[in-house]
Each structure stands twice: as C-alpha cells, then as structure tokens.
Design a binder for this molecule. Structure first.
Ligand code: URA
Length: 260
C-alpha cells in the first residue's frame, strides 16, 4: 500500500474509534502500530540506526504517541500555558506502572513526571520497594500542567473535562506497556482513570481492576507531605507491600516493618 493510501486508512480507523463505541474497531495499539509503521522505513528506523541500538517495539509505539501529545492542542488553554508536555518516564516493559494526577510547576519545567517534592517522595518509596525510577513507568492523567492565574502560587486540580480529553493518551500508554500491576496515586488519578469520584478511605488498600489489570489505589505522595503522621506513611507502605506481593518480589523482614 502506498503511504498516502495508508494514511487514509489510518485516518478512517481513527475516526471510527472516536465516533463509534461498537465493534469492529481498531484497538489503539493497532492504530499506533500502523502509524509507526508509516514512519518506520523512514525517520524512526534512521533514528534507531543512528542511536546504534535496537529499540523495543514498545519504545517505538510510545514515541509515536509522545509526538502526538507534544503537538496536542485539544485543551487550547493548556496548550497556550504549558512550557512543554509531560508524557511519561521509565521502562516501556515495566511490570509496574504508577499513575498520577497532572504535572506541577517543576514537571512543566523539566518535562518529566514526579520530579518535584511529591516526586522525590515517590522516588524514595520506589527505592524502599527496591525499584529505581528506570525500572517502573510513571505517567499522569493530564500531560499538561493545569494553568493557574498569572502571579499565583501552587497547582490546580484538573477539571473533569480536561481529564476526559487527555485520558485517551494514558489509555494508549497502558495498552502498550501492559504492566502487571497499576498503582493510582490519589483520588484525582482514580477519577481520571476509572471515572468515579469516591473518597480515598473507601478505595485505598484494596485491589481493583482497570481493563483486567490489577489496580492498587493509594494516597498521593503530596498527601503524605501534608500529613506526616507515621500511621499515614504506614498505610501507603502497606499498599506497596501488597503490590510487591502481587509482583512476587522478595520482601525482607525489615521492609515488612517499615513505619511500624
Ligand atoms: N503530582 C502528580 O500527580 N504528578 C506529577 O507529575 C507531579 C506531581
């Protein structure tokens, strides 16, 4: 098939996906594969050859979505206010994927999720689990920092409309990475992912599922920064112990006793 003809097929499949909830329709992963297929013989292959490395299929698929996110203007106000989009970071073959809310001011500056104070705490939690950031995958519901009025401080919670608009990118990331376990950090991440608004007290510490993938819901690290009580840290740690058990990772006695 010639490239213009393939482009037409991809555009038609995209349209069916966006407008039709009934089968048959192409999965996002198939669409991403088709899209990268169009550039594989050209740019992407050349880049891979330049890198002198074998790029995993998942990396190529994620790169294609990252490019679409980079150019996204679906939320015009966020496209105007962002420094850059914040796509996701980590191992495309990760067994474990963390989902946060949205980039904050630090993430908007650096283009990487969870690099500010809450992010540093997440990195510590990962370390306590015997993971490096490079071992897992970290992404947010929103890929742009929610805008705030000029001259104001702090971050804003994403609106339901912003989450609904951006969610398909995260859905594609999950479809490609296919982690064994997902962790949603905080109520906003849960709302963005599952579309339900419930209190964390009702949800955390138990297994849920997203598209058949086991989902652990726990507090956002920013909550732990606001509430430094050891009992709250222990709750998050107990949730992470459940994650380690589910992933069949070894757990030392010392790890079991953290924050007791
Ligand atoms: N909080 C989030 O939910 N995500 C980030 O990337 C940073 C802070």
């Amino acid at each position: 098939m010639t490239e213009p003809a393939l482009d037409l097929v991809i555009a038609a499949l995209e349209k069916i996906r966006q407008t039709n909830n009934h089968l048959p329709r192409a999965s996002r992963a198939v669409l991403a594969r088709l899209q990268t297929g169009t550039v594989q013989d050209g740019k992407a292959r050349l880049q891979a050859a330049r890198d002198g490395a074998l790029v995993s299929n998942k990396t190529v698929l994620l790169r294609a979505i990252r490019e679409r996110v980079r150019a996204c203007t679906k939320c015009a106000h966020l496209a105007c206010s962002r420094t850059q989009t914040v796509f996701g970071v980590g191992n495309p073959d990760a067994d474990l994927m963390f989902i946060g809310e949205a980039p904050g001011v630090d993430e908007d500056k650096q283009g990487e999720p969870f690099v500010g104070r809450a992010g540093q705490l997440l990195t510590k939690i990962l370390k306590a689990m015997n993971f490096a950031r490079e071992d897992v995958y970290i992404a947010n519901i929103l890929k742009c920092r929610p805008d705030t009025p000029p001259g104001t401080f702090g971050n804003r919670v994403p609106t339901p409309m912003e989450m609904q608009t951006c969610r398909p990118y995260l859905v594609e990331q999950i479809e490609i990475i296919q982690p064994e376990v997902l962790v949603a950090l905080g109520a906003v991440a849960v709302e963005g992912l599952l579309g339900m608004r419930v209190t964390m007290r009702e949800l955390r510490g138990r297994w849920h599922a997203y598209n058949g993938i086991p989902l652990m819901i726990t507090y956002h690290p920013a909550y732990l920064l606001r509430n430094q009580a050891p009992s709250e840290k222990r709750k998050v740690w107990e949730d992470m112990l459940q994650v380690l058990e589910r992933l069949e990772r070894p757990i030392t006695e010392r790890q079991r006793n953290y924050f007791l």
